[in-house]
Write a protein that binds this ligand. Structure first.
Ligand code: C2E
Ligand code: MG
Ligand code: MG
Length: 722
């Protein structure tokens, strides 16, 4: 570390201080040889050494080679006067001490010599003691001067070092006077706050402190004033004037204040403080980011589960105090997984961000919207006067989602299921309220999604049994608890069984036989449906192969698939493989899919159906007429069969006709599709259906779903008369 153009200060700091009078080199210049030789004896002393010469020229030659501490210089020399030596010395900037010795009486000689820098003047003849005193005192004086100079150099070097350190310090260093006004500032102030340092001199330190920190720093300064021994450390924010003069900016510093005590009156008087302040804004910001990340969801920048719980607990405590009420809402986006799986996560993220924005726009200030993860959001309404307030918000949310979201792949209409729990009646703790809102939300999901409902205690028991089902279902396949029942499909014109529909049952070890409606939705939600469908496909194909071996070669096998099965990429391969393995003709296998699945073509259902049909496999639309009955999709989808939902068949009771069934038969004829009526329970229904043009029927009137053995026996039996 060297300051340009100067010797490094440490070299000056390490220069030794010479010991006064310890060593002295003395030059004697005199043309009187006897005198010259005698002087070293006269002046001899420990540590003194002598060099002798007799003319100006010799003296200068010697001086050019080496330095001395003292020169005893004769005034009158053969080749000039001693003044010539003095001139030479002063021109050369030398520091030797000089005593001029002269026989001259004239005062001029003495004055001339002293003017030219001689230290003393001794007139010949002199007393030996006089010369000895003069030498002694000149040497002493010059030793003192040298020591003084070294000291001064050292001090200056040290001062330079400290000034350099202070002035180039990355920290702000300053002093304040007893009135807390700046008395010194290092240049760092300019980079840090943008002030010139002289702008701030004499200005109060507190004028730089942000209002929020004023009280704290004021009391610290006061404490130091009262007890000047104490230093302090504090984090505070200093104002930064913005270019427009507004001054909203600030930096955060860690500051230390060390008292500065006066030297008078015993050194205990407080005269100000030394301050050091380090810019910790970056660290502060990093800390803030880290804590923001700890409490917020990265994708939507909404509060996360932790922060939500925190706010909820606070709101509960406040509601308790004022005997008020609050609401917790659980919002789950319907079929979000489809978007993610079909269009990719980037689109999924865009959708979630869009939904987050719409949700938060539906809320009031003071409400909290949080994202728990995935497609789950929670809302805290911290102050409601009645449950209707929450209902208003729930309706607002549902209608805010009605407008489709513009995704890269096109518009997407998102819906959500909303569950609501109210404090205090639905729970007293954050956990209970959130869980109950969640349970209510689940109920919305199960009853068709896209809606809201309040928690009710009886939902809890449903929920418990649901969880139990979920756990047991995970083992149902391994433990061989699943079984297919078969229900015949009868052609009235041909008077025989033309197909069988495979219907799934679960032999639960404790709860007995469970129907698919009770566990298929659970299997879909928890992701078990894929394994179950694979098992159904395998079992149904194996059964058909076995019936075919018994000669029933015309028999068709229908099996039901869940919407989720069409999310899988490999659904087509899975079906064709299985059929090939059991050497079944493709047109003897029929897949039933529900109408609602057709509505949202997110997973490319249409393309998959086309592929299945191309492979010769039958595709039936189950429960036809219950959904949106959008005829448009029938044009896009080359399905082979429509199954009239049993609700229409039931409505036929006592009637000879039904406009919906007439319409459906018309559609089937128009599109060239086979028609099957399901849920036929009475002969009358069958008759009417036949007159309406429907030939194939399925229902309790003909046969209930039965285990494989019993069903096998039904195939060859003549059906009941209609
Ligand atoms: P679905 O495909 O519409 O099946 C017809 C349902 O109506 C069956 O109920 C059947 O037992 C019932 N049924 C048949 N004839 C009559 C009748 O005359 N009167 C009345 N009231 N009901 C009749 P199940 O077996 O409880 O199945 C219910 C639903 O579960 C099925 O409706 C189907 O959507 C689904 N499902 C059945 N098996 C499977 C399967 O293996 N996989 C999938 N994903 N879903 C299945
Ligand atoms: Mg079916
Ligand atoms: Mg059906």
């Amino acid at each position: 570390m060297v300051i340009p153009g100067e010797a490094p200060f440490y070299s000056q700091l390490s220069e030794p201080v010479s010991d006064t009078g310890a060593v002295a080199r003395i030059l004697v210049v005199d043309d009187d040889a006897a005198l010259r030789r005698s002087l070293p004896h006269v002046l001899a002393q420990e540590g003194r050494s002598f060099e002798l010469c007799g003319s100006v020229a010799e003296a200068i030659a010697l001086l050019e080679r080496e330095g001395f501490d003292l020169i005893l210089l004769d005034y009158r020399l053969p080749d000039g006067t001693g003044l010539a030596v003095l001139d030479w010395l002063s021109n050369a900037g030398r520091e030797e001490s000089i005593i001029v010795i002269s026989g001259e009486d004239a005062i001029d000689a003495a004055v001339g010599a002293l003017r030219r820098g001689a230290d003393d003047f001794v007139r010949k003849p002199y007393h030996v003691a006089q010369l000895q005193r003069a030498v002694q005192s000149t040497l002493h004086k010059s030793a003192l001067e040298r020591a003084n100079k070294v000291m001064g150099d050292k001090l200056r070097a040290s001062e330079r070092l400290h000034r350099y350190l202070v002035e180039s310090s990355p920290d702000l260093i300053f002093t304040l006077d007893a009135q807390a006004r700046f008395s010194y500032l290092n240049p760092r102030i300019e980079g840090l706050l943008g002030y010139q340092r002289n702008q701030l001199l004499k200005r109060p330190f507190l004028s730089l402190v942000m209002p929020e920190d004023l009280d704290r720093i004021q009391s610290l300064l006061k404490a130091q004033h009262e007890n000047p021994a104490a230093s302090f450390s504090v984090e505070l924010r200093l104002r930064r004037p913005s270019p427009d003069g507004g001054g909203t900016g600030f930096i955060t510093v860690a500051m230390q204040g060390i008292p500065m005590l006066g030297r008078d009156s015993g050194g205990g008087r407080y005269v100000g403080l030394y301050g050091v302040a380090r810019d910790i804004s970056d660290r502060k910001r990093a800390e803030e980011i880290i804590s923001f990340q700890a409490y917020h969801d990265q994708l939507t920048r909404l509060p996360n589960r932790v922060l939500f719980k925190d706010r909820l607990e606070l709101a509960i405590a406040q509601a308790q105090r004022r005997s008020g009420s609050l609401a917790v809402m659980f919002v789950d986006v319907d079929r979000f997984k489809l978007v993610n799986d079909t269009y990719g996560h980037a689109e999924g993220d865009t959708l979630l961000r869009g939904i987050a924005t719409r949700l938060s726009n539906s809320l009031r200030r003071g409400d909290t919207l949080a994202r728990l993860g995935g497609d789950e959001f929670t809302i805290l309404l911290p102050d409601i006067s009645s449950p209707e307030d929450a209902e208003v918000i729930a309706r607002k949310i549902l209608s805010a989602l009605e407008e489709p979201f513009a995704l890269d792949h096109g518009n997407f209409r998102a819906t959500a299921s909303v569950g609501i729990a109210i404090y205090p009646q639905d729970g007293q703790t954050a956990e209970a309220l959130t869980q109950h809102a969640d349970i209510a939300m689940y109920q919305v999901k199960r009853s068709g999604k896209n809606g809201f409902r309040f928690f009710a205690p009886e939902l809890n028991t449903h929920h418990q049994s649901r969880i139990a089902i979920e756990n047991d279902l995970r083992h149902a396949i391994d433990r061989n608890q699943l079984e297919l029942y078969y229900q015949p499909q009868i052609s009235l014109s041909r008077q025989r069984v033309v197909g069988m529909e495979a219907l799934l049952r679960w032999n639960h070890p404790e709860n007995g036989l469970i129907g698919p409606d009770a566990f298929i939705p659970v299997a879909e939600e928890v992701g078990l449906i894929g394994d179950i469908s694979r098992w159904v496909l395998e079992s149904a194909c194996r059964q058909l192969a076995s019936w075919r071996r018994n000669g029933f070669n015309d028999l068709k096998m229908s099996l039901n698939l869940a919407p989720h099965d069409f999310d899988r990429e490999d659904i087509v391969g899975m079906v064709t493989d299985c059929i090939a393995r059991y050497e079944l003709p493709a047109d003897k296998v029929e897949l039933e899919i529900t109408e609602s699945m057709m509505m949202q073509d997110t997973a490319g259902v249409a393309a998959k159906v086309r592929e299945l049909r191309k492979a010769g496999i039958g595709v039936a639309i189950d429960d036809f007429g219950t959904g949106y009955s959008a005829l448009a999709y029938l044009q896009k989808l080359p399905v082979s069969v429509l199954k009239i939902d049993r609700s229409f068949v039931r409505d036929l009771d006592g009637l000879m006709t039904n406009p919906i069934i007439s319409a459906i038969t018309g559609i089937a004829k128009g599109f060239g599709l086979e028609l099957i009526a399901e849920g036929v329970e009475h002969a009358q229904q069958a008759k009417t259906l036949r007159t309406l043009g429907c030939d194939i029927m399925q229902g309790y009137y003909f046969a209930r779903p039965a285990q494989a053995g019993d069903a096998g026996a039904l195939i060859s039996m003549a059906p009941r008369a209609v």
